[in-house]
Design a protein around this ligand. Structure first.
Ligand code: CO
Ligand code: CO
Ligand code: CO
Length: 328
């Protein structure tokens, strides 16, 4: 992608992150993101709500405060009832309201496949921006939601999803990452990202690749949604998840492996860690000194946190960017 240097662009396409950040003054930067996708659940109201929670998440991942949003809608006006569209928009508006974010405009097009999402604009202090490339060796790695929404959404499409797995996945996808973000800001976290389309390992890889850092992940420590193991074992896996794993199985230009599986893992287990998520959890790097404060700040807000790994120095990560082991 072409880009041109502007000193006010604090985070742009030369350094892609969850959202773009543009400095207005020494005290204030504006942050903006856009996200939209096709339905992942049958209920239009829930689809709208999940799409909104997912779009807001990129603002939260950077430690910023969302201010307002715009709708982006694709809808087959001649083939689906108008009430379906109204329900999608109502779901999005209700979730945005929960976040304290008014939707103040938008744009819709006639589209054979429905799509919905938001453009979200927020503010952040220029020195308080949490980026995905600021982790340090020795940082501990926390995750705030279990993994498995891609596999469960695929099971929904194939009418193979156990109802309790659907209910659990929907509950997590509806959960705003706001409280996780407030906890990160409170304790001075510098590096984080939200887990979405590239899966847990893909987003973790993004956190280490720019600076040739490494990370290790402990499979048994990663929380999974119900039925995810069984579904993945039965081949109920989205195409995006398979593409993620294929990419992560390759090497960087330097020859370094993207992911090294240090213990023996079944293909289904590898796919689970690469599963493309919607409205996934926050992946947070924190210094050992502040890890206790972070856990306390999350717990106080009712946000669960699983410690799933840690960051390694470039020398320790020489052969592979991310190492996956069964346990620490
Ligand atoms: Co993101
Ligand atoms: Co995004
Ligand atoms: Co328009």
């Amino acid at each position: 992608m072409p880009f041109y240097a502007d000193p006010n662009v604090l985070v742009g396409l030369d350094r892609p992150d969850d959202a773009g950040v543009y400095r207005l003054s020494d005290e204030l930067a504006v942050i903006q993101t856009v996200d939209f996708f096709t339905p992942i659940v049958d209920d239009p109201y829930l689809f709208g709500s999940i799409a909104a929670a997912n779009a807001l998440s990129d603002i939260y991942a950077m430690g910023a405060r969302p201010l307002f949003a715009l709708n982006i809608i694709g809808f087959p006006v001649n083939t689906l009832p108008r009430e379906t569209l109204v329900e999608i928009l109502r779901g999005g508006a209700d979730k945005a309201r929960e976040a304290g974010v008014p939707i103040i405009g938008g744009h819709s097009i006639d589209d054979p496949e429905p799509k919905y999402g938001l453009v979200v604009t927020g503010i952040v202090h220029p020195e308080g921006v949490i980026t995905k490339d600021a982790a340090e060796p020795g940082n501990r790695l926390f995750l705030t939601k279990p993994v498995g929404t891609g596999i469960i959404s695929t099971a929904i499409k194939r009418e193979a999803a156990p109802p309790e797995a659907v209910a659990e996945a929907v509950r997590w996808m509806l959960t705003l990452n706001r409280d996780a973000s407030l906890a990160m800001v409170e304790v001075g976290v510098r590096a984080a990202t939200d887990v979405t389309g590239y899966g847990l390992l893909g987003h973790l890889y993004e956190m280490v690749r720019e600076r040739a850092l490494g990370a290790e992940v402990y499979f048994e420590a990663v929380p999974l949604m119900p039925a995810v193991r069984e579904l993945a074992g039965a081949g109920v896996v989205p195409g995006g998840t398979r593409r993620n794993l294929a990419f992560l199985s390759g090497r960087e230009k330097s020859g370094r492996l993207r992911v090294d599986w240090e213990d023996s893992f079944a293909e289904a287990e590898k796919l689970i860690l690469a599963d493309a998520q919607t409205s996934g959890g926050m992946l947070i790097a924190v210094t050992p000194e502040r890890a206790g404060a972070l856990k306390a700040a999350l717990a106080r807000r009712g946000v669960p946190a699983w410690e799933v790994g840690r960051f390694l120095a470039p020398a320790e990560a020489a052969g592979a960017a991310v190492r996956v082991r069964r346990r620490p």
